[in-house]
Ligand binder design. Structure first.
Ligand SMILES: [Zn+2]
Length: 86
């Protein structure tokens, strides 16, 4: 029978993941425990890391675009207010 244990099996290749680091971080409600795991297959782990990097970059770009749009929106609101008072 398959041993389904979330977080312990690589979602990409299904091999066991190895815990490389365990750490805790202080949060407002106490401590959060984190486990850093990597795939036992080094080649697969590299591909997974590359994918995560790409996603992080994409997320960063989206966030920047959201900030830019929000700034643009605020500017327009201010401009409209100025025009109203004239
Ligand atoms: Zn893997």
């Amino acid at each position: 029978m398959a041993n389904i244990s979330l977080g312990n099996v690589c979602p990409r290749c299904g091999k066991d993941r190895i815990v490389t680091r365990v750490y805790k971080e202080k949060t407002s409600s106490g401590y959060a425990h984190y486990k850093i795991t990597v795939c036992s297959d080094q080649a697969c782990q590299k591909i997974v890391e590359k994918k995560l990097d790409d996603e992080a970059l994409k997320r960063g770009a989206i966030k920047k675009e959201q900030v830019r749009r929000e700034e643009e929106r605020q500017k327009n609101i201010k401009r409209r207010k100025r025009e109203d008072s004239e």
